[in-house]
Design a binder for this molecule. Structure first.
Ligand SMILES: [Cu+2]
Length: 138
């Protein structure tokens, strides 16, 4: 390869590497339930917390919420690697939150289990820093 070809190859390679990262960076500022999260690959086992922890403040255990919007509040300790939390309702990813307040939308009437998992900035590494609570909507 001559220098021009090498340069073009490098630029192509760099674009291929950075494009997915840029897409993830855009996701990071969103404190709202995300459409399309279902398409994300299955998570592997939880990784060591390294100082991270999360505690659900709202909804409270056994709380009955009217309507399909559930106010969410939690205390997040990021530790070494944590960046935000992933919210699962009945095992299904409902959104991700960077601030400690938000809303879970579209929750069907019935009893539910909410689980928050502290997650690293790449969205793919969930830490063994979780909290669970059961609540009811009607
Ligand atoms: Cu995430």
């Amino acid at each position: 390869m001559n220098i021009l070809q090498t340069g073009a190859f490098l630029i192509t390679a760099i674009l291929a590497i950075t494009a997915p990262i840029a897409a993830q960076d855009r996701m990071q500022g969103m404190d709202m339930p995300m459409k399309g999260m279902e398409k994300m690959p299955a998570k592997s086992a939880l990784q060591p917390a390294e100082g991270a922890s999360v505690k659900i403040v709202s909804p409270k255990a056994g709380e009955v919420v009217k309507g399909d919007q559930v106010p969410l509040e939690f205390k997040l300790t990021k530790g070494k690697r944590g960046a935000h939390v992933h919210a699962y309702v009945d095992g299904e990813m409902m959104g991700m939150f960077e601030s400690e307040k938000g809303t879970l939308n579209g929750i069907k009437p019935g009893q539910h289990t909410l689980e928050l998992r502290v997650t690293t900035a790449d969205h793919n590494t969930e830490l063994n820093a979780t909290d669970k609570v059961s609540f009811t909507t009607k």
